[in-house]
Design a protein around this ligand. Structure first.
Ligand code: E4P
Length: 207
């Protein structure tokens, strides 16, 4: 079981990474845009504090675009780089080529078990089903995790687009290998009213 943060807010990430509970970070162009930083600055700041696994999304039109841009990232960021590619024909062709040269790929925007199967056959290290976006569209995100698990794909299931702590535990229970969560969801995972109440009482009684 691993927990990643889904963010490009480097200050917020570093604060949580310092808990020792975080194994990696996933970014996407929207998160990077919101951070107001250049992607390279985001990746470099995360690398500097030792984040071992950073999903870096590549945009492009063709297999060649994806492949050549991915190789540039790997040259620059080494083993910290996980290349994030869309679950499109060109994305999967590039994924297959990258897997042959041992580059970790996270195939993103997965909304069906058949996409998960193809991404796994393309040699992806991670496949990212988007739970929240499915639920937003009256589809069952958790059922997708279960369906993918039942196919016995060799790629690791990285549950993404998570909006609340309950979805984290459900996704793991259904077989997700990794959950990537926004920082506010990570913070909420600590919280329980009875824990707060208990701490308050024990602190009072200890006096
Ligand atoms: C995953 O890698 C994506 O960055 C992310 O989880 C998308 O989440 P959203 O649906 O909340 O944008």
């Amino acid at each position: 079981m691993k927990l990643f943060l889904d963010s490009a807010d480097t200050d917020a990430i570093i604060k949580r990474y310092n808990t020792g509970l975080i194994d990696g970070v996933t970014t996407n162009p929207t998160l990077i845009f919101k951070s107001g930083k250049h992607p390279h600055d985001v990746y470099n700041e995360l690398m500097k504090v030792g984040v071992p696994d950073i999903s870096m999304e590549i945009v492009g039109e063709s297999e060649e675009d994806f492949f050549s841009r991915a190789i540039t990232h790997v040259k620059e960021y080494g083993d910290h780089a996980t290349i994030k590619l869309p679950c499109s024909v060109e994305g999967l062709k590039a994924c297959k080529r990258l897997s042959r040269v041992d580059v970790r790929v996270n195939v993103t925007l997965i909304f069906s078990a058949s996409q998960a199967i193809l991404a796994s056959l393309a040699g992806a290290t991670y496949i990212s089903p988007f739970i929240g976006r499915m639920d937003d569209n009256s589809l069952d995100g958790m059922k997708l995790i279960n369906d993918i698990k039942n196919t016995k794909v060799s790629a690791q299931i990285l549950a993404a687009s998570i909006r609340d702590p309950q979805s984290v535990s459900t996704a793991y229970a259904l077989g997700a290998d990794i959950c990537t969560v926004p920082v506010d969801v990570f913070d909420k995972m600590y919280k329980h009213v009875l824990t707060d109440k208990g701490i308050e009482q024990f602190n009072r009684d200890a006096l």
